[in-house]
Design a protein. Sequence first.
Length: 227
Amino acid sequence: MGNQNGSGRRRGGLIGMAVVGAYLVLRFGYLAWREHEDGMSTPAVIGTLVLYAVGIFVIVEIVLGVQNAATRRREAALAQQHPGAHLVPILLQKDVATDIRRTAAMLNVSLTETVPRRGHATAVADHNGIGIYVGGSTPRLVLGIPRAAIRSVGDGETSATGRYRFGKVDALRITVDNGQWTTVDVPVYRTVIGFAKHLRDEELTAQVRAVAVAAGVRQDDLQNRLN
């Protein structure tokens, strides 16, 4: 499934990027026109726009740096708490939160941690099952899925994460079965220049395989949607 109609399902993310890009072009264009009207020379206008762009980039990188530092602290703590487990960086959004609450209700588990509607998290897979954690150097369990309740893991899809992204992205799908069944689809990512890049195709398949092996569950290779 992760390889079927991928460009169509990710069109929303490209539209979001185009919208942000168009806004920045118009914004900087307006600034350039205003400075030029005030008598500033063309080289000076260009220099001003470059400074604006650099300033915005630095601020964004500082914010991302803080987020990524918290992720590194969380992963280091989880690696100590769960030796030998496979850790997967994932992103949270409202559809993931809905999946988590639905799964907790089906498993008759009370959530002691509020499920974030946006942010970074870590999935931990080992012989006990799969857990989803947030927090920093003191990780907090959002949802723990026992090994016996996991039918399989495979490719899924969910809504794109991020304020300016739309449409669907590929995801790690956890199929939970305790007589009833449901799925939790979580987008997996890697960091590129501080930014979270959704995994798809071979990169996602490799993570799915690693999670299946670590948890000792079946990998769903059929790539057909269950819901």
